[in-house]
Write a protein that binds this ligand. Structure first.
Ligand SMILES: Cc1cc2nc3c(=O)[nH]c(=O)nc-3n(C[C@H](O)[C@H](O)[C@H](O)COP(=O)(O)O)c2cc1C
Length: 368
């Protein structure tokens, strides 16, 4: 029953989609980190559903920080954030509650929790819980920004539409691009592609269906030498948190699956000395060699599946009898997860990177 991640900074999430609160506890934070309400609210608003491309369940996310903060700074003791659930319609789930939604966690939750699980709205498996991750992630992100580390994601691919890749952007321009993306509600670099992607989501919704895609994330400003060689390699730690985000089905570092069938001579990233700084001419390894950062941006691609709850009739099983049964899903659902998951991906990366830095340099690395 593990809902805690991290070693130096431990992040615990809790709550159910239709329970009174969801929340996060961050234990092991440095004292003195600025807790900026405007920034937390901005990050939460980027995750919040907006318009026909998202679920109609809109929550105000009026969070309360109930511990670990004094005079707008972290104290270093456990910081707990509570976010109330106010817009729930549990009756939708009484109708379909005992037929497993294909692609969702209803069946596996029953196998693990023996029917005691709160299945309303997906319970503990709901995308709703990610609001707590975003609130906690914002605190880690503030601390990282002070150290010159920035994180940003965009929708690289949705359906058959592909955005400009981070690879096509000069490394010196990457931080600027990230700050532009972090202000966009629908994070796509190319505005023409952005319109097309939004239309593809609307088209899927019109067909009572859903659509998925690929997110691309950049983490810039990390010093070289962070990470461990084997089980806690940077790739292992980041994959661990990324696969915890509901709906993520693949993670790639650098050119990964796209280029591994090429020859070493085209995959290797040549080292160069640029004005006394070691850089690589290409970044096919995504900023990591031997599990350890090499100082180049960490570049990650995440496969985000189409939302499992679709309104088309599907085949499934009744969870009480295990008999075959059809399901016509009710409730309010996102026709795509990807544009909302993007800020969740940034947030888990922030928590994991914070943890790795605190493990490498000590908790007080982040004291302001
Ligand atoms: C921000 C966000 C929103 C989501 N919204 C929905 C939704 O409206 N309906 C749904 O069925 N799944 C939604 N999901 C995905 C499910 O939570 C997820 O597919 C499910 O828990 C099964 O986990 P898995 O896909 O990782 O196997 C969402 C995920 C995220 C990250």
């Amino acid at each position: 029953m593990k809902n805690t991640f991290g070693q130096s900074l431990q992040t615990t999430i809790f709550g159910e989609s239709h329970g009174p609160f969801i929340g996060v506890v961050l234990d092991g934070l440095a004292p003195g980190i600025e807790v900026n309400d405007d920034f937390i609210k901005e990050r939460l608003s980027l995750r919040r559903p907006n318009g026909a491309i998202s679920t109609k369940r809109v929550e105000a996310d009026e969070y309360q920080i109930v511990s670990g903060v004094f005079n707008n700074k972290t104290t270093g003791t456990p910081l707990c954030i509570l976010i109330p659930n106010t817009n729930t319609k549990s009756a939708d789930y009484d109708k379909t509650g005992r037929v497993a939604r294909p692609g969702h966690a209803d069946y596996t939750a029953m196998c693990k929790y023996h029917g005691f699980e709160d299945y309303r709205g997906g319970g503990h498996f709901s995308g709703r819980i990610t609001a707590a991750i975003v609130a906690g992630g914002a605190i880690a992100q503030s601390a990282l920004s002070k150290k010159g580390i920035e994180i940003g994601s965009h929708i690289y691919k949705l359906s058959d539409i592909t955005d400009t890749s981070f690879d096509e952007i000069d490394n010196n321009e990457l931080v600027k691009e990230i700050s532009v993306l972090n202000k966009k509600e629908f994070a796509v670099i190319d505005d023409v592609k952005s319109e097309k992607m939004m239309q593809a989501i609307l088209d899927a919704a019109k067909d009572a269906d859903s659509v998925g895609g690929v997110l691309e994330t950049a983490i810039t400003g990390l010093p070289a030498g962070v990470g461990e060689p084997w089980f806690d390699s940077v790739e292992s730690v980041l994959s661990h948190v990324l696969f915890s985000v509901p709906g993520i089905k693949g993670v790639q570092f650098g050119a990964g699956f796209d280029k591994v069938c090429e020859r070493g001579s085209s995959f290797n990233d040549a080292f160069r000395n640029e004005d006394g700084k070691v850089v690589t001419a290409t970044n096919n390894n995504g900023g990591v060699n031997g599990g350890i950062t090499n100082g180049m941006p960490i570049i990650i691609k995440c496969a985000v599946k189409p939302t499992p709850s679709i309104y088309k009739e599907q085949k499934s099983i009744n969870l009480n009898t295990l008999d075959n049964s059809d399901i016509a899903i009710e409730g309010r659902h996102d026709p795509a997860i990807i544009h909302r998951a993007r800020v969740v991906v940034d947030s888990v990366c922030a928590l994991a990177v914070y943890d790795m830095l605190a493990a490498r340099f000590g908790t007080d690395y982040f004291v302001n």
